[in-house]
Design a protein around this ligand. Structure first.
Ligand code: ZN
Length: 454
């Protein structure tokens, strides 16, 4: 389908994207979505105690159902008297769920009362590059987007407003040399820009299009807007008035990036951190603080020895999703870290505050054409690969280290290289190296990209 899409004229690509957008819209915002949004909006006014009450009510049922109807939990909880878990503070009596379980046997985490064939399947790669499968229902997706749109509303933005997006999907043929480097999804009022064609020679066409389109807000990887903002600063191009708001996600937003982007566009940036596993949602409020949306998930911040971290400490995130009972993830080690805080926020919501998210602090790969490509994890979606890491020590070459999974063949490697070429261009040499495992530095998170370029 992708091959056919690339050969179509731009107008037909726009129609294809719009049709797909309509389908997505139906899943995300169809019937019942408004009820979910109303419900989660009401939670904004609740006290900390009331929110804990909601968490506990949902979790108590989730845990009992999991022990009864989910094969993985039936096994690991068989000797644990779950009636002794009497509140969120007792979570530590329950075992942790490793990512490896989700990767190798996702089916063992599905509620047996569901018919697997009727469920929605979401492919993701998470932050460590290992492909994962998440099962849910359309209602779970709608709930998920109700939470996302609550985050937008907190920042004074609406998903129904005209928006521009810079993301990981390849919506423009990789070898297209001239504009337009964007496509339009009509029903979503979304102008999708290609992050992969963004370089010094093309940036001005992006700026001209943004100025003409005047999106109400821009949703972007931090690195894409940072590239545009830096360029405009260097060449004295004014970006003010193009948009009223900016949201970022998927990569770590560094302070330097935020300052340069806000200064160039004259608009505030609100950052969001979530996961396709639907077990954590952290979003900045209008005051700029990072709030853990506690009606979406129970999030624990733990030290290396498993004890609770206190304000100021760097901690591992362990999360229990509350919105997807189809595939309950209880005390799931997602692999990211945050700096804990005990600050209160004056914005009015009682969600706990964290100082910052320090997961996802990846480097970028720089191509011979001068593109900076930050997020490569979408490349491996659906491939039989356990983990991946990218190494660059010369401008014209990159090595991909792969830990192969069952079903891997020489053909897989070729297909992965084809996918990588779409993002990294034709000039760079791509080497594939198969390894048994990828070493994790002492105590720190696995780095997906290691670059020694200065
Ligand atoms: Zn706040």
């Amino acid at each position: 389908m992708e091959k056919i899409y690339y050969r179509l004229p731009v107008i037909l690509q726009n129609i294809t994207l719009s049709t797909y957008g309509l389908y997505i819209q139906k899943i995300r915002h169809g019937r019942q979505y408004n009820d979910f949004l109303h419900q989660v909006q009401c939670h904004l006014g609740l006290s900390k105690k009331d929110l804990e009450g909601i968490q506990w009510e949902i979790f108590r049922k989730l845990l009992a159902d999991a022990k009864k109807n989910v094969s993985y939990y039936r096994e690991v909880l068989k000797d644990i008297p779950i009636h002794e878990v009497r509140g969120v503070d007792d979570m530590q009596k329950l075992p942790l769920l490793e990512k490896e379980v989700l990767r190798t046997s996702p089916e063992s985490l599905i509620d047996e009362r569901c018919e697997k064939e009727k469920l929605l399947l979401i492919h993701t790669t998470g932050t460590t590059g290992s492909p994962l499968k998440i099962y849910c229902t359309p209602d779970v997706r709608k709930k998920n987007y109700a939470f996302y749109n609550r985050f937008l509303l907190m920042a004074g933005l609406r998903y129904t407003d005209r928006r521009a997006t810079f993301g990981g999907r390849i919506i423009v043929p990789p070898d297209q040399p001239i504009p337009p480097f964007w496509r339009y999804s009509y029903f979503q009022k979304n102008l999708l820009f290609s992050s992969y064609h963004l370089r010094d020679e093309t940036i001005e066409s992006y700026i001209a299009k943004l100025r003409q389109y005047q999106p109400h807000y821009i949703d972007s990887y931090p690195s894409s807007l940072y590239t545009i903002a830096l360029y405009s600063k260097k060449h004295g191009i004014d970006l003010k008035g193009i948009t009223e708001g900016i949201t970022t996600s998927a990569e770590t937003l560094f302070n330097e990036q935020r300052m340069v982007i806000e200064d160039a566009f004259g608009a505030p940036v609100v950052d969001q951190y979530g996961a396709a596993e639907m077990c954590i949602f952290i979003g900045q409020c209008a005051q700029g603080r990072y709030h853990v949306h506690s009606d979406y998930a129970i999030v624990e911040f733990l030290r290396e020895d498993g004890s609770k971290a206190i304000a100021g400490e760097e901690a591992e995130v362990v999360c229990t999703g509350l919105i997807n009972p189809i595939m309950p993830l209880i005390r799931y080690r997602i692999g990211d870290k945050v700096v804990v805080s005990d600050e209160q926020c004056s914005c009015g919501c009682a969600f706990p505050v964290i100082r910052k998210v320090i997961g996802r602090a990846d480097d970028v790969i720089i191509t011979p054409e001068g593109n900076k490509v930050g997020r490569l994890s979408p490349v491996l979606k659906g491939f039989p690969v356990k983990e991946a890491q990218y190494l660059q020590d010369a401008i014209n070459a990159v090595t991909v280290r792969l830990v192969p999974d069952e079903g891997y063949s020489a053909d897989t490697a070729q297909k992965i290289v084809v996918e990588l070429r779409k993002r990294l261009g034709q000039e760079i040499e791509i080497y594939v190296e198969l390894v048994e495992r990828i070493d994790q530095g002492s105590g720190c998170k696995l780095k997906t990209i290691i670059s020694t370029l200065t």
